[in-house]
Design a protein around this ligand. Sequence first.
Ligand code: LLP
Length: 420
Amino acid sequence: MDPFLFRNNNLYCEDVALADIAAEYGTPCYVYSKSFLLSRCQAYLQALAGYKHLVCYSVKAASNIYLLKIIAEQGLGCDIVSGGELFRAKLAGVPGRKIVYSGVGKSAAEIRSALEYNILFFNVESEDELLLINETAAEMGLIAPVTLRVNPDVDPLTHPYISTGLKENKFGIPIVDAERIYLQAFNDCKNIKFVGVDCHIGSQLIKLSPFKDTAFRVRALIENLLSHGLQLDYVDFGGGLGIDYDGEDVPEVNQLVDIFTEVLEGLDLTIVLEPGRSMVGNSAVMLTKIQYIKNSSEKKFAIVDAGMNDLLRPSLYNAFQKIEKINISQHSASDPFSKYDIVGPICESGDFLAKERAFPELYKDDVLAVMGAGAYGFSMSSNYNSRPRAPELLVDGSSVTVIRERESYEDLVRGEKLGR
Ligand code: LLP
């Protein structure tokens, strides 16, 4: 189900014309579809219905508390990677027992606040972190539930910047060392309790084979640990399922789940997944307006009002995101196509949303929708060049709710001092 469809040459989100949103709320802005978000929650819940499971939405993908609350109301939990994400999850009403905490650099204060909130478990990424959690839990008179995030050394076949499961990546504990660390800490660390095994091998995976290879390696580890007398309740396979940005043939959630359940056959464990992109990626577009057209002998540029501070993925990963003109009736359908660089107002040559992209003639004031902007879109936006961040809007049928206001100039300088 795609909530972003053309009707009479106008792009809609559910029952609202994006042109109306741009006119009322201004550009740039992020527009999310509530029904799409709900359908993705259901896709995960239904795929896992026959098994003990917990779906922990990966907050970093889109962190707005309004979205988190909707997701929590569907019964999902959260995968967090910072104290800030814990704060958001709490505000959204996510119970501690539905929160898992990943990340290579958890601080002592962050560990403490997660223990206070009684989270389900920490996914521990180093021996040092294990010791710190043990120490902190001891100080608090608690037993901390943990898994080790193992690095299975499987190539996720994705962009190197978002690949995490190879042995040269900073993430997790090499799977070959995991058994030793589990057994040593099982004996030595009295304030931790191992509750499972965790992994996450990368993001935007569009092949199932790396998930399968990982699951086999993780199963072998679990069997060894069980044979040594550890009691494990959870296996967390992280997130990573890709989405269709450019016509990619992406596996369905139930195909992914089938892989895990087949490989785990016979083990009595709760499956935890941490999906981010596949939950929210295609739930939103970013709208941006063309401010100027600049033609040189070499190039045609459409200079838009959104920059790399608003949507970083094209600049950072050279990521392809489809761009649609939201009103195609405005100009003659017979306008010839030509290639444009869609660039922002930021003072960096790397500030682009698309390069050499074919469009029918583009004009000043045309509004463009950058598709697939729901994941790592707003959440990676910044104030670079002192640009207030864009608003986030949620469409539900024919109603629009502002779920984050456009920032003001006052917001930009909040906390700064003028001095004397
Ligand atoms: N679990 C852990 C421990 C993670 O590090 C991540 C993402 C996820 C789950 C969710 O992965 P997903 O289902 O979204 O693939 N900024 C990049 C993506 C970075 C992913 C970071 N970790 C991008 O824009 O493509």
